[in-house]
Write a protein that binds this ligand. Structure first.
Ligand code: 1HE
Length: 260
């Protein structure tokens, strides 16, 4: 079934790039359970024509995190399943069919930061700020942040953010490792789209290797990682598309690497 736009989530295709937008600006794109499940369903059902995706948020902020109005008294079992529901949904983002570029602005906080961390590239504009208010709300991250965020910025920085409520602005966030690109206010979506269009031109197996193999290789002991890398490299280079691309370079018909 093709993905549908819902009230809080807009979907459209722009060529071979899927554009996905959180559209709940009156609640600062807070992630209700329904919205988390809609994200899961959307990433599970992206059209085969999609080769890359851009995720952003409508209004002044990317995402205010968990919808706190739904945070009711849960017993331990229900809390466990709620967190696992987030994990399953964000796994569909991280380990879905295509690379996802997040376009960030305004608040990228709590579960919103966990969502951004599940994407493959983050582009932030000057208005972006990052925080983990869970610490001051008496809760803990539950959307995969404890795994993904230390891999972006290190456990020491995440510990500081949660213990002290520290907020990183856009420039500090880029230096710390939250975002790979920093652009002027209002330009994150355009830059993310430009990157996604570039990514969409890659050989699909290369993109697959980068989404599905690289993060697993990075977690493997070196000895196993080298073997997985060799297997992935052998599969990628055996694709007819890879051979055609290498041939085009050798024939002088493909771009050189330029430092521009
Ligand atoms: C919300 C939420 C929300 C706004 N859940 N309703 N996340 C947080 O602790 C962040 C909480 N939010 C904020 O700190 C601020 O709202 C913002 C910095 C994001 C934006 O500020 P501002 O001044 O633009 O908006 P606002 O006036 O605070 O909020 C506008 C409305 O959105 C208001 O509702 P209204 O009915 O009074 O208009 C807010 O209540 C509502 N709103 N954020 C519900 N988060 C998997 S575990 C993840 C755990 C977490 O993510 S915990 C961190 C939660």
């Amino acid at each position: 079934m093709p993905p549908m736009s819902s009230r809080d989530l807009h979907f459209e295709m722009l060529g071979d790039v899927a554009l996905i937008r959180l559209t709940r600006p009156s609640k600062r794109n807070a992630l209700s359970d329904a919205l988390v499940l809609a994200l899961r369903d959307l990433f599970e059902n992206l059209p085969a024509a999609a080769r890359a995706a851009v995720l952003d948020g409508e209004g002044e902020h990317f995402c205010a995190g968990l919808d706190l109005s739904e945070l009711k008294e849960r017993d331990a079992g229900a809390g466990l399943h709620h967190s696992r529901m987030w994990h399953a949904a964000l796994e569909c983002v991280q380990y879905g069919p295509v690379p996802v570029v997040a376009a960030l602005h305004g608040a990228v906080v709590g579960g919103g930061l966990e969502l951004a961390a599940a994407c493959h590239i983050r582009v932030a504009d000057d208005t972006t700020f990052y925080a983990l208010p869970e610490g001051s709300r008496g809760i803990f991250v539950g959307g995969g942040g404890a795994v993904r965020i230390p891999r972006l910025i290190g456990a020491a920085r995440m510990t500081d953010m949660m213990l002290t409520g520290r907020v990183y602005d856009a420039a500090e966030g880029e230096r710390a490792g939250f975002a790979q690109y920093l652009v002027p206010a209002g330009q994150a979506r355009g830059k993310a789209l430009e990157l996604a269009q570039r990514i969409a031109q890659n050989a699909p197996l290369t993109n697959y290797a980068l989404i599905h193999a690289l993060p697993r290789i990075a977690e493997q002991p070196a000895d196993q990682g080298f073997l997985t890398e060799a297997l992935m490299a052998a599969i990628a280079q055996s694709a007819p598309e890879a051979k055609a691309r290498v041939r085009a370079f050798l024939d002088g018909k493909a771009d050189k690497v330029r430092k521009d």
